[in-house]
Design a protein around this ligand. Sequence first.
Ligand SMILES: C=C(O[C@@H]1C=C(C(=O)O)C=C[C@H]1O)C(=O)O
Length: 198
Amino acid sequence: MRERSLRQANWVGHVLAVNAPPPLRHWLTAGGSLTAKLKSHADTFRVQVLHQHVATCLSDEARAIGLHRPGRVWEREVLLRCDNAPVVFAHTVVPMSADATDWPLFSALGERSLGTTLFGDPRVTRGTLEYARLRASHPLALRARAALAAEDHAALEEQLLYARRCLYRRRQGTLLVTEVFLPRVTRLVPRTSNTRET
Ligand SMILES: C=C(O[C@@H]1C=C(C(=O)O)C=C[C@H]1O)C(=O)O
């Protein structure tokens, strides 16, 4: 049982329950598109796709997407970069039961932000945000660390990672987005000019 708990996070409905550092709180609780918020804090913004493939969902996300046990999903993982700094590791899963009409743009997203397809579609409904503090042993913490270059590893070792997740629905489909906030997100400051997408 202990082994399993090390791989799971305790997802809660209120950000104060995870005791996130104050500089992270407005990122964790931000409404609307995270992409839009990040773009307003950078001169350049980029979605670095790590992979998009069939996988087995994580043990602490199966129930959230309506599965009784971890099952096959479409999985997309990306790093969101502001001025080339990795600031968010994002993990999205869609149950294989979904068909192409549920998420018509998901499979061909490439380096376009998922957010631009979710927040622009009146058929998409957004659930409530959940929050968690990720142990270094959590699969998403391990994957975020693996995705970063060595120069960022030191920052990760010093601190816990804070994440949020949200369930989106469209027609009969569900889609779960989990965003792991990386330490460098707290260095971002609002920009007044428009951001170039690179
Ligand atoms: C859901 C959004 O899309 C963002 C972009 C993602 C992607 O391209 O895979 C994943 C999670 C989000 O951080 C958003 O912008 O709010």
